[in-house]
Design a protein around this ligand. Structure first.
Ligand SMILES: [Zn+2]
Length: 150
């Protein structure tokens, strides 16, 4: 840590105080000029990059997941708070993975899993887009798989 007064990097920590906000404050002193200064450390929540199907990366975007789920649930009897809860759970799970990158597929599977419990029609809508179901036959297959799991 460089001294803000003289620029020397020869500084040492005098003491360390835990802040109510969860951060850590360190009082430091410069060995070169004697200047005293404080630094604050806090946890920066790191959100992973999402690896898309084509290999491109984009920042994890909660709004984008929310949007997809909302569209799937349009005009279905799904409470807005259930949608919020689902997206919150997915975000929490992704953060808990504590990885720098996560595939869009992993996130999509979480959405599908959650939607299946919320609303089967919303699930099928999402699956058509997400699993890229191209024809009635594959949609039928997916519905049958769903019915079979009941
Ligand atoms: Zn200094």
């Amino acid at each position: 840590m460089k001294c803000p007064s003289c620029g020397s990097s020869d500084t040492h920590v005098i003491d360390t105080v835990r802040e109510p906000s969860g951060g850590i404050r360190r009082r430091r002193s410069c060995k070169a000029c004697g200047h005293r200064f404080n630094t604050i450390e806090r946890i920066v929540e790191t959100t992973p990059l999402v690896i898309k199907r084509d290999g491109r990366r984009e920042p994890f975007n909660r709004e984008k997941i929310l949007e997809g789920v909302r569209i799937a649930c349009a005009k279905r009897a799904v409470a807005a708070e259930d949608i919020e809860r689902l997206v919150n759970q997915i975000e929490a799970r992704v953060l808990a993975m504590n990885v720098s990158e996560v595939t869009a597929r992993t996130i999509g599977d979480m959405v599908l899993q959650g939607l299946r419990e919320l609303d089967e029609v919303a699930y099928i809508r999402y699956a058509i887009v997400y699993l890229n179901l191209k024809d009635l036959e594959s949609v039928k297959g997916e519905i049958e798989r769903l019915l079979g799991e009941r």
